[in-house]
Ligand binder design. Sequence first.
Ligand SMILES: *[C@@H]1O[C@H](CO)[C@@H](O)[C@H](O)[C@H]1NC(C)=O
Ligand SMILES: *[C@@H]1O[C@H](CO)[C@@H](O)[C@H](O)[C@H]1NC(C)=O
Length: 263
Amino acid sequence: MNTTAIIALVAFLFAVATAAPQPYQGRPEDPEPVVSVTTCGGHVDASSASIQFQLGGSIRADMRCVWIVRAPYTVQRFSLISSGLKETDGLYITAISSSGLRNSEKLSTLGQNVTVPSKSVMITLIVGHAPTVGFKMEFYSSGGSSVAPDVTSYTILTTAKGNMTYPRNGGNYGSNEIALFPIAPSVPGQPTLRFTRVDLETGTSCQFDSIRIYNWFDGDYRQVAIFCAYTIPVSVTFQDGAGVVLFSSDSSVTRTGFDFQYE
Ligand SMILES: *[C@@H]1O[C@H](CO)[C@@H](O)[C@H](O)[C@H]1NC(C)=O
Ligand SMILES: *[C@@H]1O[C@H](CO)[C@@H](O)[C@H](O)[C@H]1NC(C)=O
């Protein structure tokens, strides 16, 4: 390469480097939601979404729906656009982190913003003991694109009974995983969750790898168990029809995981 070509190449590389997006740069919200979800529960892997369920139509008593949002930026804003939900119903926003579920916040009034600093968020619809009318809400992601731990896999369990083996294809689970298993049968019930096999890294307070069980009660997911190593916990009945199994692993030592069933 001659000198002119080298200068041109250096100038070009400099231009590419300075034009490349910088990490942690603030990112504004989308002007309008980019995806629309209309099912009871589901997956929202997007920077914004309109989530509506039975808007203007009826929803059966005791219905539970869980949506999981995995957003690209660090701050998520949720807002209720239209709603026929009653005082005894609720739409709850729950941030997820490597240290577990945070306290849920109820989205109850139109226009109210619930804003959470977490890239992964669960939305839970809890209908009281009477039929109700549907709603529409919106979600917008903004802020930096951090590389903080995030939900790495999830399965929303909606059948009346079922079972789960994790990892699904055998072998060992990975490092830095957060795997989420909301259990919210679409036909209202009180499922009982039982673990039949546990093989996780050992820690005196399960500070390395762990499984947590949360039981929905009185407006929040309450942690009722945390375990690791070979510990099989006592069974848990989700008396209010919803619960969550949350598995997380740290950056070293992986084992073969766990099996559970519920009915
Ligand atoms: C909610 O957030 C939006 C966007 O930032 C803002 O325009 C609106 O005024 C906020 N609403 C309330 C009640 O603060
Ligand atoms: C686990 O679930 C599958 C269907 O998802 C079913 O065929 C199987 O019998 C279940 N196993 C147990 C042990 O319940």
